[in-house]
Design a protein around this ligand. Structure first.
Ligand code: S3P
Length: 167
């Protein structure tokens, strides 16, 4: 049984697509914190932000992360903001490898501009918001075991880079 591989990074950097490939190639199980929060709450992420608030979402996200950390052999795609909750970086680091996916703000914007399921980017100028949030979270995103820049990388190549690192 391998220790878990946690993929962190901003929305649209490829965590879920790449994570699925890594899991498949290494014979590990894939899981996604956003999908688990939605399943447990019976609500979409947008509904949680609308009907409750971001703090409520962060609490649910951390509960799911704690459950995941009890398990092994998982490739975990995390929500882009999981790093901001105090203790989550340490929790992931204690249970496995911590890998960041990065991409340029312009590329991120291009990948997710038509997706209405990302409540934090439903603002007048999403590209500015992406830049600001990346700036705020950079201290966390750069403090990991390995950083994979996906702006010009196919999901396959990004997955291979991660596998080379963990093997
Ligand atoms: C968020 C990222 C989203 C989701 C929520 C908040 C963030 O996940 O958890 O909308 O704060 O960056 P993805 O990174 O999987 O899109």
């Amino acid at each position: 049984m391998r220790k878990n591989i946690y993929l962190i990074g901003f929305m649209g950097t490829g965590k879920s697509t790449v994570g699925r490939l890594v899991a498949q190639k290494l014979g590990m199980e894939f899981c996604d914190t956003d999908a688990m929060v939605e399943e447990k709450s019976g609500m979409t992420i947008s509904q949680i932000f609308d009907e409750m608030d971001e703090d409520a979402f962060r609490g649910m996200e951390t509960d799911v992360l704690k459950e995941i950390t009890e398990r092994k052999n998982l490739v975990v795609s995390t929500g882009g903001g999981i790093v901001v909750t105090r203790g989550n970086m340490e929790l992931m680091r204690s249970a496995g490898s911590l890998i960041t996916l990065m991409a340029s703000p312009e590329q991120i914007f291009d990948r997710i501009k038509d997706d209405k399921g990302r409540p934090l980017l439903q603002v007048a100028n999403p590209l500015d918001e992406i830049k600001q949030l990346i700036y705020d979270r950079a201290p966390f995103y750069i403090n990991t075991d390995c950083i994979v820049e996906t702006t010009e990388l196919s999901p396959e190549d990004a997955a291979e880079e991660i596998i080379r690192f963990v093997e």
